[in-house]
Design a protein around this ligand. Sequence first.
Ligand SMILES: Cc1cc2nc3c(=O)[nH]c(=O)nc-3n(C[C@H](O)[C@H](O)[C@H](O)COP(=O)(O)OP(=O)(O)OC[C@H]3O[C@@H](n4cnc5c(N)ncnc54)[C@H](O)[C@@H]3O)c2cc1C
Length: 548
Amino acid sequence: MASAAERMFPKLKPEQIERAAAHGHIRRVQEGEVLVEAGAQNTRFFIVRTGRLEIVRPPGTDEHLVAPLGPGQFTGETSMLAGRRGLVRIRAKEAGELIELEREQLLALVQTDSELSEILMRAFILRRVELIARGYGDVVLLGSMHSPGTLRIKEFLTRNNHPYSYIDLDRDSGVQELLDRFHVSVQDVPVVICGGDVVLRNPSNDQIAEYLGFNDAIDQTQLRDVVIIGAGPAGLAAAVYGASEGLDVLVLESNAPGGQAGASSKIENYLGFPTGISGQDLAGRAYSQVHKFGAQVMIAKSAKRLKCDGKPYAIDINRGLPVPARSIIIATGAQYRRLSLENLAQFEGNGVYYGATFVESQLCAGEEVIVIGGGNSAGQAAVFLAQTTKHVYLLVRSSGLADSMSRYLIRRIEETPSITLLPHTEVTALEGTDRLERVRWQNSKTGKVETHEICHVFVMTGAVPNTRWLDGCLALDARGFIKTGPDLSHDDLAAAHWPLARLPHLLETSLPGVFAVGDVRAGNIKRVASAVGEGSIAISFVHQVLQE
Ligand SMILES: Cc1cc2nc3c(=O)[nH]c(=O)nc-3n(C[C@H](O)[C@H](O)[C@H](O)COP(=O)(O)OP(=O)(O)OC[C@H]3O[C@@H](n4cnc5c(N)ncnc54)[C@H](O)[C@@H]3O)c2cc1C
């Protein structure tokens, strides 16, 4: 079996090189010639025929050899498929002959040659994983464990698979020197330093995406066959099926690919992954697949308003021109319910969390934690956190878990001695100054109140749909979820002035050509598999409405 290094930097066979060559052209290079500069948009792919290339870390740091490439080896990693900026410099170590493919040609190659697609996609993904593991990025985050903004930015970069180095003000020595060098003070934290010179003080995710050029390759004003809003499992599935079936697809995502599933520590019931898969891994794979088929994804762009009074439809977004669309798939999912405690916001991201991933688990290793909720996400969080924390208190309002949680999770919880289930229990107060220090809870049956020195609370209590931005364009149910297909009554269609002789398709909303899939849809079963299923089904109806 090939070693990890061989899989990351494989050698193509002569016949494979010739097949790739048919998509591009031959290029001669001289010793020392720079083919791609670090930080430049990554649009060209090279295979070495003769000679030698070297991949080096960007200038500004001590130049460092990441990998040498000899005959049969090739450049590229996942940023290339998305047309984003590269993180390394590629230079000819020796004069020689290369095969050069533009990004569009590379996409055509991976879409049509399954053998080469497997080798290239695997190498691209492994290389990105390696860049992340080694922190070989162009971003330094200066932050503090006690600042919610730091956690937000860490999650944003991590979930967008962007490598970064982290320096903690409370732990790392020599920080003052760095603060002085960039003229920033402790009050500015979190600070993001991009490319060694741009200094962003507590930037929004949108600003970070802009400075890192996440959306540079995308023309948002181009009229698309389908615009998908939300890049959770439902939106990503729709993008993969749409793009693979020849549609021009653009996805808008407020935060990072993967949605709620991306925040899940381990998904164990998704078909095909018998040992489970983390939400981050599932999202990362899906995201590469989306790019392989040529769909584009705008990161840190939220749909703010749907212009539904004429065709083509258009979507207003934060900062930027409206995005026109011949058809739309809404896959914006749902958001966690929050605890109704006055000072909750003070501790959000600073002791109160809505996801239990590796990032949060590092913050509370060896300590006691509270998980609130009786559903599957609460159960998973409790089981996951029990592996690294001292003790998990699982608080539920009802008398037990049987009605709300999968049987396998209930069994795990019962069998884990470091999890204590507390039924009929609710958190009544959060206390602390800079960060959460104490939690009070009450048993509603006995009235008994207890206070514990616990600094980490994971709230997993269900969700409300992300539909406020629709502003009356679509028929919603009483809880704000989008009604589709047979769930739309005659009254709903009459109120929406449904203009067609046919009834809405399955998953179609009260507006022709606008679909809703996944957790945001009324009546949806809130699972990764159903979100993926609905996203892919919607595409078959998109084809039909585009013919109308
Ligand atoms: C912690 C946790 C664990 C879970 N574990 C499991 C499990 O093990 N198995 C299982 O089957 N299911 C699990 N689920 C449920 C599953 O994750 C969801 O059912 C699934 O993610 C729904 O997918 P979706 O694409 O419909 O929505 P989401 O995953 O919610 O994705 C919606 C996306 O839309 C984006 N968005 C929202 N509003 C806008 C806007 N206005 N503009 C642009 N983008 C927007 C969001 O940022 C998000 O990325 C879990 C959920 C959680 C929270």
